[in-house]
Design a protein around this ligand. Structure first.
Ligand code: GLC
Ligand code: MG
Length: 540
């Protein structure tokens, strides 16, 4: 258990990654939509200056040409930049400027589906004989004319769309404007790998691979079984079925390994896969990605922490199990927020969101920070007439609330744009913005800066061993250590003061989520934590 989790010199080892949703980061050309030049303008905020946040890498959600049916996750040209976001010259400069500041660049790669406006799909539509026909998934109707099987779209309804002229259905796991590419077709795979090379040769350091679960399907296209645990009106309708046939097919890891081989043709390239388990909490789902793929290069996101209730025991049990299951050299990526989920500060409340920030930045592995979480941004109420996201949950909300413009200052449009932004701003932006957060001591932003800086200088936080402590019902505590150093992390999950007596708590508090602990505070097996407080303890 006390083996170090890694210890190689890969840049992603313990690195801190910042996710940018480019539409909402910074608008440089006053059209209300964030863009690549906007990201360049804000790089100093992220890294390279003493006052920067201090992150090591950025992951930029899609910026490719796209009809934007799913806001860029419907790509119509895999080798281009949508004019809305800028040009290839801007992209090259972005990579160069990021690298100058020591920031690695990870881009989103969307291999499972293209846009229906991609020339490949248009060719594919032209008839059964088209050379691109098999780059997508076409099937005959059942004898009664109904879809080939019961597969569902993640966004609701059947995953099949009937196409009149050829009298066949095509498959779309997401919107009907996002037809699934057929990875069983060798030519398609070859072209997708060429596209990966195109970006890697531009100097991109890593790829976040979108929606990988569906890259391989049941070869016989059998029906998905019914999910016996589905809760009507509670669960998303997609979970009516278990997706054992429509996803996670037998070739999945072969295809991902082919992508990994492309990365291995270069130095220092990294991949992260996006695959939610069909059944929540299923550790074996994640472990397959470690076991079947080259984890020196490719690591799966772990999404469990996004849906857990804020309960110390739940987190402790899960992380214990997961860390125990990982072998040395297999880092975790515990994800706590992204562009598809409700924001951290809204899910947990602002106080607990600080405790969660400390947890995220002190767990083993590679922390990903979703833009705006570092200033405590919350989900924004979006009136129906302003809604943009095509996907809506049973509660009638889409993913817009967590995709609103970054709040830079208290002035017009929160300093995001000089014109009305594409999504409404939060009403709290006058209080919650980068400038105001920089000014007051106990802010989210200052805490994130402290945590990131601490992690940067602390080998044990980045790659040390993990061992949890038994400290009481509301407390999650763990030790990160190696042969020469040790940091003890203690987090109060409750909104009450907690007094903890444990021989394990010796040394001095070096960082508190309240940001007001003197460095010579001495503990002797006794610690008092304020509501929601988290602390780092170092040996005295
Ligand atoms: C992933 C993306 C999500 C997108 C979907 C389809 O889950 O994170 O935003 O809608 O894939 O590409
Ligand atoms: Mg713009």
């Amino acid at each position: 258990m006390f083996l170090e989790t890694k210890g190689t010199s890969d840049w992603w080892d313990g690195a801190c990654v910042y996710q940018i949703y480019p539409r909402s980061f910074y608008d440089s050309d006053s059209d209300g939509v964030g863009d690549l030049r906007g990201i360049i303008k804000k790089l100093d905020y992220l890294a390279g200056k003493p006052e920067s946040l201090g992150i090591n890498a950025i992951w930029i959600s899609p910026f490719y040409p796209s009809p934007l049916a799913d806001f860029g996750y419907d790509v119509s040209d895999y080798r281009g930049i949508d004019p809305l976001f800028g040009s290839m010259v801007d992209f090259d400069r972005l990579v160069q400027e990021a690298h100058l500041r020591g920031v690695r660049v990870i881009i989103d790669f969307v291999p499972n589906h293209s846009s229906n406006q991609h020339t490949w799909f248009k060719e594919s539509l032209s008839g059964r004989e088209s050379p691109k026909r098999n780059w997508y998934v076409w099937k005959d109707p059942k004898p009664d004319g109904s879809p080939p099987n019961n597969w569902m779209s993640v966004f609701g309804g059947s995953a099949w769309e009937f196409e009149e002229s050829s009298q066949q259905y095509y498959l779309h796991t997401f919107l009907k404007q996002q037809p699934d590419l057929n990875w069983d077709n060798q030519d398609l795979r070859k072209e997708m790998k060429e596209i990966m090379k195109f970006w890697l040769e531009k100097g991109v350091d890593g790829l976040r691979i979108d929606a990988v679960s569906w890259l391989s399907k049941d070869l016989q296209f059998r029906d998905d079984p019914v999910n016996p645990r589905y809760r009507e009106n509670i669960d998303d309708s997609y979970h009516k079925l278990l997706h054992t046939c429509s996803s996670q097919g037998s070739k999945l890891f072969d295809y991902l390994n082919e992508m990994i081989d492309v990365c291995r043709g270069y130095e220092n390239k990294f991949m992260i896969t996006e695959a939610y388990p069909d059944v929540q909490g299923e550790i074996s789902h994640y472990l397959k990605y470690y076991q079947r793929l080259n984890h020196n290069i490719c690591i799966p996101f772990n999404f469990e922490c996004i849906s857990f209730p804020w309960d110390a025991g739940t987190y402790k049990n899960f992380v214990d199990l997961f860390q125990e299951a990982l072998l040395p050299g297999q880092p975790a990526i515990y994800n706590m927020g992204n562009h598809d989920k409700s924001r951290l500060a809204s899910r947990l409340g602002r106080d607990s969101a600080k405790t969660a920030a400390m947890l995220l930045l002190s767990l083993p592995g590679i922390p990903f920070i979703y833009y705006g979480d570092e200033i405590g941004m919350q989900d924004v109420y979006i009136p129906k007439n302003k809604a943009k996201d095509p996907f809506t949950t049973p509660e009638g909300v889409g993913r817009d609330p967590s995709r609103t413009p970054m709040q830079w200052n208290e002035y017009m449009n929160a300093g995001f744009s000089t014109t009305e932004p594409w999504l409404p701003l939060s009403t709290d932006y006058k209080q919650c913005n980068v400038e105001s957060e920089s000014r007051y001591n106990e802010s989210f932003l200052n805490l994130y800066k402290d945590l990131i800086a601490f992690r940067k200088q602390s080998t044990v936080l980045r790659v040390g061993a993990y061992q949890s402590l038994e400290l009481g019902k509301n407390i999650y505590g763990f030790v990160r250590e190696n042969l020469t150093d040790k940091v003890t992390v203690v987090l109060n999950f409750s909104n009450e003061t907690e007094i903890i007596d444990s021989k394990a708590l010796k040394g001095r508090v070096v960082l508190s989520t309240y940001r007001d602990i003197g460095s010579n505070f001495n503990l002797n097996g006794h610690l008092k934590l304020r509501p929601h407080e988290g602390v780092f303890i170092a040996p005295s």
